[in-house]
Write a protein that binds this ligand. Structure first.
Ligand code: HEC
Length: 152
């Protein structure tokens, strides 16, 4: 991938996307573009990282719908993948992970439960708070981004 060495601006654009999502990076401007571009070349998102990004996109859509007064009823993701997806090497299903994963899955399912008596916004925010609960110890980089999903 020597290509990225020769095309700094493309590398930088790709990198900006990476900074938003990658566990290791808080949303800070890179101090040294060259150093970070090299990091990008080594970054291979895991199956779990890809799934997390899909969950992020799905919940962003949910938020838009809920704010617009619509009632979401479809869950296109197989949340049981959380139990099987391969994680980035060095990461594992810790005690904190175990304590949040099932609560989280349940809370995501309450959002599309059209028979629930609880306010939709409350159900959605409760679920996002479960994302945050797990992230507090598992992967802190995306926390500011996940917080933006909360409906005020
Ligand atoms: C049970 C714990 C847990 C829950 C719940 C959880 N996450 Fe994660 N998340 C993780 C872990 C661990 C990683 C790192 C995965 C890896 O690198 O393999 C991660 C990674 C991410 C990433 C970074 C992906 C990347 O490209 O590196 C984003 C974004 C993310 N999660 C968003 C969310 C959102 C949004 C939710 C809720 C809808 C959520 N997460 C729920 C544990 C969790």
């Amino acid at each position: 991938m020597a290509f990225y060495y020769n095309n700094k601006s493309l590398g930088f654009i790709l990198l900006t996307g990476l900074l938003i999502y990658n566990c290791k990076n808080e949303e800070k401007a890179p101090e040294s573009a060259t150093k970070k571009v090299i990091e990008y070349e080594m970054y291979q998102p895991s199956e779990m990282a890809n799934f997390m990004n899909a969950m992020y996109a799905y919940n962003e859509q949910l938020k838009t719908k809920i704010v617009a007064g619509e009632t979401p009823s479809a869950m296109p993701l197989d949340l049981l993948k959380l139990h099987s997806a391969e994680m980035t090497s060095g990461k594992s299903r810790t005690e904190n992970w175990q304590s949040f994963v099932n609560v989280f899955i349940e809370s995501q399912n309450t959002i599309i439960d059209t028979l629930s008596n609880l306010e939709l916004k409350e159900r959605f925010n409760a679920s996002i708070n479960n994302c945050l609960g797990c992230h507090k110890t598992e992967c802190t980089g995306p926390i500011p981004k996940i917080k933006k999903l909360l409906i005020q």
